[in-house]
Ligand binder design. Sequence first.
Ligand SMILES: CC(C)(COP(=O)(O)OP(=O)(O)OC[C@H]1O[C@@H](n2cnc3c(N)ncnc32)[C@H](O)[C@@H]1OP(=O)(O)O)[C@@H](O)C(=O)NCCC(=O)NCCS
Length: 144
Amino acid sequence: MSNESETGQIEYAIESDLTVDEFIGVLKASTLSERRPVDDHACVAGMIERADLIVTARAGGSLVGVARSVTDFHYCCYLSDLAVDERYQKRGIGKRLVDETRARLGPRCTLILLSAPAAIEYYPRLGFERHPQAWILEPGKHTR
Ligand SMILES: CC(C)(COP(=O)(O)OP(=O)(O)OC[C@H]1O[C@@H](n2cnc3c(N)ncnc32)[C@H](O)[C@@H]1OP(=O)(O)O)[C@@H](O)C(=O)NCCC(=O)NCCS
């Protein structure tokens, strides 16, 4: 699962054993760290350990992109974190990470995500549709 990019070899892979530091590193390099709990080591460790599908992009062995999903592979897949190192953005790596994720899901599986503000214009370009019936219950909030 590799691809020759315009600027050199980018290797794509499924990895379940990223280190916390490596994952935080690519979140920071992409700026997604501003919206992820990178100061909470236990939380980030759990995000990696309990993820169902982590697709990585590496350049010369260095992690430059990641797509981390929670999924049953059959009906729903929540693409929680899509991040590409700023130095490697706009070369098709984000799209490829989504494609590699999609390729591992069954034919009835819906890909679901919450967009970061800076990426609101990105997902429609990839073919995602805005869903008017999406709902979230934020951390610390309970049903009433
Ligand atoms: C959003 C992100 C993952 C996109 O990754 P990327 O590798 O740069 O994206 P791609 O190269 O696959 O881009 C595909 C197309 O979308 C465009 N695009 C990239 N980022 C965009 C953005 N933020 N807004 C609108 N269009 C964007 C590209 O120019 C490209 O267009 P083209 O096909 O006409 O050339 C990356 O910019 C990133 O990590 N951003 C910071 C973290 C973030 O916001 N992540 C999303 C969390 S929900």
